[in-house]
Design a protein around this ligand. Structure first.
Ligand SMILES: Cc1cc2nc3c(=O)[nH]c(=O)nc-3n(C[C@H](O)[C@H](O)[C@H](O)COP(=O)(O)OP(=O)(O)OC[C@H]3O[C@@H](n4cnc5c(N)ncnc54)[C@H](O)[C@@H]3O)c2cc1C
Length: 461
């Protein structure tokens, strides 16, 4: 569909003043669904059971032309637009407006000679990992391969190999995006440098991404897995891990999960190097104390899901995060208290070691913030059987304790009610945030794309 078609679409209002919905449905390859229709509930559902969209209209886009038509319709009818691929990262859910789902856009094409892959909007990391592996290549994917690759990358993307290679957003070569004017733009550093900068970090604020070209890295095997300790038997694991992180090379990326119900501390390892070096490097961790399970070994990158063992079933949970300049003994003690089995609400901790390539500026600058952070702390509380108000209080208390070391937030970990305006602003460097809001004013002045991690347009620019 060309841009002229898009602009002349839905020119006439229906009898209720807001229709054209049948015209829209006729134009699309994918379905158009409204509340009460068969398929509506399935289409709006995803991984998160805590933040579920209930829009006025869902467009199940089958390709870029469907997205263009949907955006034109939404603009014509004054409907704000939300996007969903897998439902792993919804901010405050859409209770009105339009939801564009991208699950049908699931193509992956690896170009081994270019060292890259073209990924469509609905692709999960698992598909990219599997498609790249036969060529000895891998994407900059994260702890769970079931997360949507496009949104993960638009938010930065702190992955299993982050310290070696940097953010996923640093590996984007081209982005196809439908902007608020209904145009499908093929955005590169050369074609539209401002928009290219803003999309990589600014998430969904600038349009609906229909696909992107990402660079792959030459990794087929890694040394990795989980070391599991009993938190009572080895109370000092967090401190041992923290001390150890200050000694390791950039090829070593690791994180720790503290799981209160099971009283387990899981140290997760991903080392890009040979097994003998890996064994030598992690020896101080193994010496921390008796291990319940030791799964660290050489593995294919296709098995890397086993390193963190993230949940795969839909979950209702709430989460806060803080990017830290350091992890002193004081925050460690506070975090240990909050994650104790007898704490007021169960708090799962996910603490990631940053630095290395994550701290270095990318070859082509982007909007990803806080490259100076050395650790990322996530505090997750499952909402089953938990009073959400108590969870909120506990999370607020943890964030206050971490404040002296906090440099900002990580946008990909801002989900649900925590994706407030202030928290989103805190995910960026102040000057970058200002530039993002100016660009938002250029590309989406009416804030059509506001059901997201929203950066309001600076309209006086
Ligand atoms: C179990 C789990 C593990 C995770 N691991 C990591 C990790 O290791 N590293 C990391 O950095 N993050 C991680 N995340 C966070 C994850 O990257 C974000 O939540 C991401 O937004 C999920 O994208 P999605 O498409 O799967 O989810 P969705 O909920 O479908 O999308 C999230 C948001 O992204 C936007 N969006 C989606 N598709 C498009 C599009 N095509 N165009 C424009 N906007 C779009 C929309 O605003 C949408 O609300 C994890 C999350 C979970 C739940």
């Amino acid at each position: 569909m060309d841009d002229t078609d898009i602009r002349t679409l839905f020119g006439a209002e229906g009898p209720d003043g807001s229709s054209g919905i049948d015209d829209l449905a006729r134009m699309l390859q994918g379905p158009v669904l409204t509340p009460g229709q068969d398929g509506y509930d399935d289409e709006r559902s995803g991984f998160s059971l805590a933040a579920q969209h209930r829009p006025d209209i869902i467009v199940g886009a089958a390709g870029p032309a469907d997205v263009q038509a949907a955006v034109a319709y939404a603009r014509r009818n004054g409907l704000p637009v939300a996007v969903q691929a897998t439902g792993h990262g919804a901010p405050e859910p859409a209770t009105a407006g339009m939801l564009i789902t991208t699950g049908r856009m699931a193509g992956v094409e690896v170009k081994p000679e270019a060292g890259s892959a073209w990924i469509e909007a609905g692709v999960r990391w698992q598909q990219v990992i599997e498609a790249a592996a036969p060529f000895g290549l891998a994407p900059i994917s994260g702890s769970s391969p079931h997360v949507g690759a496009v949104s993960y990358t638009l938010g930065g993307g702190i992955g299993l190999l982050g310290r070696t290679f940097g953010y996923a957003a640093d590996y984007v070569r081209r982005i196809d995006v439908v902007t608020a004017d209904g145009r499908l733009r093929h955005v590169t550093e050369e074609s539209e440098p401002d928009l290219f900068w803003a999309l990589r970090g600014g998430r969904s604020n600038f349009g609906v991404v229909t696909g992107m070209e990402i660079e792959l890295v030459q990794v087929s095997r890694i040394f990795g897995g989980g070391l599991y300790f009993d938190a009572d038997d080895v109370p000092d694991v967090l401190r041992v891990w923290r001390d150890w992180t200050t000694t390791v090379p950039d090829e070593m990326t690791s994180s720790v999960a503290v799981i209160p119900g099971r009283n387990v501390v899981q140290v997760r390892i991903a080392y890009v190097g040979d097994m003998a070096d890996g064994e030598r490097l992690i020896a101080p961790l193994r010496d921390a104390g008796p291990r319940l399970i030791d799964m660290v070994t050489e593995m294919s990158y296709t098995e890397s899901e086993s390193i963190c063992n993230d949940p795969t079933d839909p979950q209702a949970s709430t989460m806060v995060n803080a990017m830290l300049s350091d992890l002193d003994d004081a925050p460690i003690a506070a975090l240990r208290d909050v994650s104790r089995g007898d704490a007021t609400v169960p708090c799962i901790l996910d603490i990631r070691h940053l630095g290395g390539a994550l701290s270095r500026p990318p070859a082509v600058p982007n909007a990803v913030g806080h490259r100076d952070a050395q650790y990322l702390v996530g505090v997750i509380t499952p909402l089953t059987g938990t009073d959400v108000k108590v969870a909120r209080d506990v999370h607020g208390h943890v964030l206050k304790l971490l404040q002296p070391w906090t440099v900002g937030r990580y946008v990909n970990f801002l989900a649900g009610e925590h994706a407030t305006r202030d928290e989103i602003r805190a995910a960026y460097e102040p000057t970058d945030y200002q530039r993002l809001s100016v660009l938002k004013g250029v590309y989406d002045p009416s804030n059509l794309f506001r059901l997201n991690h929203n950066i309001p347009p600076a309209l006086d620019s």
